[in-house]
Design a protein around this ligand. Structure first.
Ligand SMILES: [Zn+2]
Ligand SMILES: [Zn+2]
Length: 355
């Protein structure tokens, strides 16, 4: 297992920390990270039990927030606890100069500005609304239908619901990663690539790059949400799986330059593995699609990590910056253009019936 800071981005004048201070920072970072994640999970579980509406009494006025628990569990806690915890861990391991915190607070390249804009728009539920509009409400409707009609069927049949809580989390994460793998493969097809390209357009990794996703990316609805709803995991189990996925997403987009040894090779994707997936040079087949690399090995998409750091990004020029809608709209138009081209190509190649 290798963990190292990037030599390319370390100036010759930088004084490297002594091994003891690096280990201490790493341990303190790990402890705070674990505490942060546990607080987040506990808060999410408490919010599930909370009433559907929150009433705030301010200056004699009563403000009622509907769906408050979802907004809080999806947004504020990610923003206030999970993302800072991961970024603290990254800072402890790679130092200030290579950290996401420095990229967000100090340097803020146009690429990172887009990451920040996506995080903010996502937490404020703006992207959810934009996604509903761009998918003509399909995403919202299917999600609601799936949870109302499919929930619980397979679980009731298999009896998995009676398994220990942690076993259920492990099982559902494993199942989730299978569907996520195939949704991700579909995202890289010519038709859906323009939407997923938005995520790949990041020119540098920052932990919150995981939040950069086109709101109209609806492949996951059919290939992840529907099967997961059919399996019918309990709300608390799904919250924990969601936590795991969120934390993993932040970690693999961090600047922790590690392959995680055999764990990163078989069990959970590492930051180096995901960086390889984001490679700009696509002259060779892209690989490392899965959160659980076992799927890459099974379906022939595992690629070996070359030495050194690979350049990430896409050839398509992006505006980037805080105003994310220019890039979002261009990629959405490209989706429809690519779809029409695919359909036209299909009919051109289809055998004609002579009359
Ligand atoms: Zn991808
Ligand atoms: Zn990514």
């Amino acid at each position: 297992m290798t963990v190292s800071t990037s030599p390319a981005s370390t100036p010759s004048t930088l004084t490297l920390p002594t091994p003891v201070s690096a280990v201490t920072r790493g341990l303190v970072g790990l402890v705070l990270f674990a505490v942060g994640v546990l607080v987040w999970q506990q808060a999410c579980l408490e919010l599930v039990k909370a009433p559907r509406e929150f009433s705030l009494h301010l200056l004699g006025q009563t403000l009622t927030l509907r769906h408050g628990r979802q907004i809080l569990s999806d947004g504020l806690l990610t923003l206030l606890v999970v993302a800072p915890s991961v970024m603290w861990l990254e800072f402890a391991l790679v130092g200030w100069r290579n950290s996401s915190l420095r990229r967000i607070l100090i340097t803020r390249s146009p690429s990172v500005q887009l990451d920040i804009a996506c995080l903010a728009a996502g937490q404020m539920q703006i992207l959810r609304v934009v996604g509903a509009v761009l998918t003509f409400g399909l995403a919202t409707w299917i999600g609601r239908w799936a949870s109302n009609t499919l929930g619980g069927g397979v679980l009731a049949w298999t009896g998995v619901a009676h398994a220990p809580y942690w076993a259920q989390i492990g099982l559902f994460f494993f199942v989730y990663s299978f569907f996520d793998y195939w949704a991700h493969r579909l995202d890289h097809s010519p038709m859906f690539w323009p939407l997923h390209r938005f995520h790949h357009s990041a020119e540098e990794f920052c932990a919150i790059t995981s939040m950069r996703a086109h709101p109209a990316e609806f492949t996951s609805i059919f290939l992840i949400n529907l099967p997961m709803a059919a399996l019918g995991a309990g709300v608390d189990v799904m919250i924990s799986v969601n936590l795991l996925v969120t934390v993993l997403g932040l970690l693999i987009h961090s600047n922790i330059d590690s392959d995680w040894g055999w764990v990163g090779r078989w069990v959970v994707q590492s930051p180096r593995g995901h960086r390889l997936h984001h490679i700009k040079d696509i002259s060779k087949p892209v690989g490392c699609y899965a959160m659980v690399p076992l799927w890459d090995h099974l379906f022939g998409t595992w690629v070996e990590d070359p030495p050194g750091r690979v350049e990430i990004g896409v050839d398509t020029p992006y505006v980037h910056g805080y105003f994310l809608f220019a890039d979002l709209l261009r990629d959405y138009c490209d989706l429809w253009r690519a779809s029409f081209q695919e359909v036209a190509a299909y009919f051109r190649s289809a055998p004609r019936i002579g009359l």
